[in-house]
Design a protein around this ligand. Structure first.
Ligand code: A3P
Length: 315
């Protein structure tokens, strides 16, 4: 019926025509809407998600800037939540990409004209979004659902995104020629779901004000010590690992199952296409190194961007 449908296309075109717009690395436009630079393919879903999503108290929302470890966080959270249903040997992660087990709201679920039928999904429902905290649908902030944010070093995030965006072939769109060409934009906060600092600060502040509601994780911390971060995640979600589970090695099993080396080599992640982004599943697995930026950015670029981020974060 008509109330199950999101806004018609023409309204969207009218809105886009009024918004500031810049080119992303892949040549596709980014649009500046209420403080955030959205990629063109997420705008319809962004409006619909904001307008229609109704959170349940048991929901878990995974939030991030793109290329900050979203895929990893999806795999980890899915595994923690479902550890009593599937043993690691029969985990759906072995046969299904993480992005299909935990779906993006604005880029996937809410991107179609028909609204998604998600009310009756078994709880806890797990969703993901690249929205900033301030722009989340009100019911997410007002309900008791939990939010887990993952943040990554902005230089690595930028380099990872650059490589990701270059994998797309956009019809009639000329990609930027090099990482240098889009760099000024990034320094001004113009990047997919940027400004970076606004995304991070919003969730950081929320995690301090409401630590039972928002958990703030860092990609680099997870790399350094996955076990204690998994414990933190379990506790935060109200699903702490028992002593018995710890002794039986459940935490290690989940870390191994979700590790980069394991997921990247699974047939399901090596082949196939992630429909909503039009990208091969394999593009979500590149190097997973901390500090890879130094192979692509000059020291002076890193210093310039580092200073800007630092200044903005000190607000
Ligand atoms: P690199 O491009 O630096 O390799 P997202 O999941 O938010 O799109 O982020 C993708 C980045 O996370 C990529 O970084 C990718 O290689 C890395 N990544 C994907 N799966 C991972 C995992 N299981 N563990 C650690 N890093 C992972």
């Amino acid at each position: 019926s008509s109330n199950r449908e999101s806004k018609p296309k023409n309204d969207l075109q009218d809105l886009l025509a009024t918004l500031p717009s810049e080119k992303d690395w892949d040549g596709a436009p980014l649009y500046f809407y209420k403080g955030v630079w959205y990629p063109v393919f997420a705008i319809r879903g962004a409006l619909s998600f904001q307008q229609h999503f109704i959170a349940q108290d048991t929901d878990i929302i995974l939030a991030s800037m793109p290329k900050s470890g979203t895929t990893w966080l999806k795999a980890l959270t899915f595994s923690v939540v479902n550890r009593n249903i599937y043993s690691p040997k029969e985990s759906p992660l072995l046969t299904t990409p993480p992005h299909e087990l935990v779906r993006f709201c604005e880029m996937d679920l809410y991107s179609k004209i028909q609204l998604p039928d998600i009310e009756k999904l078994p709880s806890p429902r797990i969703f993901s979004s690249h929205f900033h905290y301030e722009t989340l649908p009100l019911s997410i902030r007002d309900s008791n659902c939990k939010i887990v944010y993952i943040c990554r070093n902005p230089l690595d995030q930028l380099v990872s995104y650059f490589h990701f965006a270059r994998k797309f072939e956009r019809e009639n769109m000329e990609p930027l020629s090099s990482i240098d060409e889009g760099f000024d934009n990034v320094c001004s906060g113009i990047q997919c779901y940027g400004p970076f600092w606004d995304s991070v600060l919003g969730y950081w502040k929320a995690s301090i004000e409401r630590p039972d509601k928002v958990l703030f994780l860092k990609y680099e911390d997870l790399k350094e010590d996955i076990s204690s971060n998994l414990k933190k995640l379990g506790e935060f979600l109200g699903l702490p690992f028992s002593e018995k589970e710890e002794k039986e090695g459940v935490i290690e099993e989940i870390s191994k199952l979700c590790s980069f080396d394991n997921l990247k080599d699974l047939e399901v992640n090596k082949t196939g296409v992630f429909e909503c982004a039009g990208a091969p599943n394999s593009t979500f697995f590149r190097k997973a190194k901390v500090g890879d930026w130094c192979n692509y950015l000059s020291p002076s670029m890193a210093e310039r961007f580092g200073k800007i981020v630092e200044e903005k974060m000190a607000r």
